[in-house]
Design a protein around this ligand. Structure first.
Ligand SMILES: Cc1ncc(COP(=O)(O)O)c(C=O)c1O
Length: 377
């Protein structure tokens, strides 16, 4: 049986035409017409004014914190349930992450707990330099209360929308709810350039500065002169060409991921002790990954037993992110709450969710999961 991957790339076929054009023009460099066009088209797609195409989402997070002037001695609030890159960026600038637990109804940061954290920190005169709030697994965070709380304390938001391109909050695309928005085009994302990222903002000067820092901070001089430390973070024109073709099929990719989710729900929705990640009423998730929670008592098998049963049949499934407060590298960092993310990690499993999956393939996955369920046998 061919291996089913969690979230493999899904090319549309048009990418090669764009890449061919990049070759024809000889812009085989971390700048060029496809980079410029990708930035413009992407900014329009997420309804933000400006965008800087970068080598990764991690680079975008790093630059966002630098642009905000976050540095050693600062605190940064971070969603606890996320991929580690969200929190690594805090360390890149020498600051200290403070984690905030999830809300069960969306799996995203709990707005009430965020307020509690900010109130407590402000009482101790430790207002954070930024908040990195994640849109998890294709679902928007609850922006209205989050923004309200952060505004109250003047804490700028970095929206980590790496996993949620194409999702909406109250009919507005994610990515534009903070001072900066971050996207990733890693191979596992809903659209990909093999690797890459985008930093978006309505602040023209800030995005111009991001491009400057991302291009080795070259002063405007004919010789090579540098007055500050720069980074080699720009996206290649060849990869931007792939990104442009991928962006054109984004709406179809969102529909396909949602269809995969619906197939799983239809095939597994009756099983006791198996729940799907909820879709919050305030927005539309892309269902980037279909995630389920398995209650071993009711289901008759643990999440890990289900994962191993799938692996034995050459199917890749992954536990939900291990929360940041449980990561050895963040040992000793502050955490507000934590039990919700712990529970989601313990019971949560991400199923193969690629937009090219067929109904037959989803049935193959579902059948193995059904076989693990005591009540279904
Ligand atoms: C929530 C989140 N933030 C940041 C990143 C980092 O993006 P990249 O891999 O492009 O550096 C990822 C995924 O890779 C992610 O899932």
């Amino acid at each position: 049986m061919t291996r089913l991957y969690l979230s493999p790339p899904h090319m549309s076929g048009q990418e090669l035409e764009y890449v061919h054009d990049a070759f024809e023009s000889n812009w085989i460099a971390p700048l060029g017409p496809h980079v410029d066009a990708f930035e413009q088209e992407f900014a329009a797609a997420v309804a933000v004014e400006y965008a800087a195409a970068l080598s990764s989402g991690s680079a975008a997070l790093h630059l966002a914190l630098m642009l905000l002037g976050v540095g050693p001695g600062d605190l940064v609030l971070v969603s606890d349930l996320t991929f580690a890159a969200s929190a690594f960026a805090v360390r890149y600038v020498g600051a200290e992450p403070v984690f905030v637990d999830s809300d069960l109804s969306s799996w995203n940061i709990d707005p009430a707990l965020l307020e509690e954290a900010l109130d407590a920190l402000a009482r101790g005169s430790r207002v954070p330099g930024a908040a990195i709030v994640v849109d998890l697994y294709g679902q928007s965070a609850h922006w209205a209360p989050i923004r309200c709380t952060c505004e109250k304390y003047g804490v700028p938001i970095v929206e980590d929308a790496a996993e949620a391109l194409g999702a909406t909050y109250r009919e507005r695309p994610v990515g534009g709810f903070g001072r900066y928005g971050v996207f990733s085009f890693n191979g596992n994302k809903i659209i990909t350039t093999s690797g890459g990222g985008m930093l978006v903002s309505d602040d023209r000067k800030a995005i111009a500065r991001a491009r400057f820092l991302a291009s080795q901070a070259r002063d405007p001089a004919p010789h090579y002169q540098h007055s500050q430390i720069g980074y080699n973070y720009r996206m290649s024109n060849v990869l931007a060409a792939i990104g442009r073709a991928q962006l054109r099929v984004l709406p179809a990719r969102v529909e396909a991921r949602r269809r995969v989710f619906e197939w799983y729900r239809e095939l597994l929705g009756d099983l006791p002790g198996l729940e799907f990640m909820p879709e919050a009423p305030y927005g539309r998730s892309t269902r980037w990954l279909t995630c389920v929670l398995i209650d071993p008592g009711q289901f008759g098998a643990t999440r890990e037993e289900v994962r191993l049963a799938l692996e034995a049949e050459n199917i890749e499934a992954r536990p939900v992110w291990k929360p940041m407060h449980m990561q050895p590298v963040f040992d000793g960092c502050a955490i507000y709450g934590g039990s919700v993310a712990e529970r989601l990690f313990e019971r949560g499993l991400c199923l193969p969710s690629g937009s090219a999956l067929t109904r037959d393939q989803v049935e193959r996955v579902a059948e193995i999961i059904r076989r693990q369920c005591r009540a279904a046998v």
